[in-house]
Design a protein around this ligand. Structure first.
Ligand code: 13P
Length: 250
């Protein structure tokens, strides 16, 4: 199982800025260990330009940050999995907490996106995570299991581990500088692993679980060593090639 080092650029970067960051990143990743895979989740508007920049680059994959669960139609402002593939990307994120909270996406809608994206050929990372209120109220397991159960409701049992990963991102650690401690990460990733083993049987043990939330070059190596951490999903510290490359090589 390769460790998945993912960058979520959120709503940052013009095409030119994206291209420059990727060129710098590719040169900084010379000597990247074989057991690491890199994916950049860029804004829709940059996907084509990023794909052109990466055309001779096999170590870095490209993804979109969201998709709509229909092939085409009257869905103003939305983007389908087929359109994402057409732009040269083959990954997508579903259920990011910013979409759940700011855009009111329900567990059910996230589930529809996840199964539709997979069915239409996109490798998918389903994001789950609890708020501080939920954690403090002792609801960690309940929230994660609910998000996983509904998020994966129509996903076939035999979905390959290469095509579907889970990102655990505690809402209180995103963009706050407050990284979850080792105990908190271990506890949450164990809940996700237990769920995956029941849901996918043997495939559940080899499915990747990423941690996200204030990952930086300084804390990445320690986080990557924890049990059941098979990669990271990085926001702020992924915007600059130098800091993201230090995370990838940590
Ligand atoms: P930060 O790394 O900026 O905390 O963001 C995490 C995140 O939301 C990645 O999807």
């Amino acid at each position: 199982m390769k460790q998945l080092m993912a960058a979520n650029w959120k709503m940052y970067k013009t095409r030119e800025e994206a291209g420059e960051t990727l060129k710098e990143l590719a040169s900084l990743l010379t000597g990247m260990p074989e057991n690491r895979e890199v994916v950049i989740f860029a804004p829709f508007t940059c996907l084509n330009a990023c794909s052109d920049t990466l055309k001779n680059e096999t170590r870095i994959s490209l993804g979109a940050q969201d998709c709509y669960p229909q092939k085409e139609g009257a869905f103003t402002g939305e983007v389908s999995p087929g359109m994402i593939l057409d732009c040269g990307a083959d990954y997508v994120l579903t259920g990011h907490s910013e979409r759940r909270s700011i855009l009111n996406e329900s567990d059910d809608f996230v589930g529809s996106k996840t199964s539709f994206a997979l069915k239409n050929g996109l490798k998918t990372i389903l994001c789950v995570g609890e708020s501080l209120e939920e954690r403090d109220g002792g609801k960690l397991e309940e929230v994660l299991v609910r998000q996983l159960q509904t998020g994966l409701k129509d996903v076939p049992d035999d979905t390959s581990p290469d095509c579907l990963a889970i990102a655990y991102e505690p809402v209180w650690a995103i963009g706050t500088g407050r990284v979850a401690g080792p105990e908190e990460i271990l506890e949450s990733h164990a809940v996700v692993r237990k769920f995956l083993k029941i849901r996918f049987a043997r495939q559940g043990a080899s499915r990747r679980i990423l941690y996200g939330g204030s990952v930086k070059a300084e804390n990445a190596a320690a986080i990557m060593q924890l049990e059941n951490v098979n990669g990271v999903l990085v926001g702020g510290a992924s915007l600059r090639a130098d800091s993201f490359s230090r995370i990838v090589l940590a």
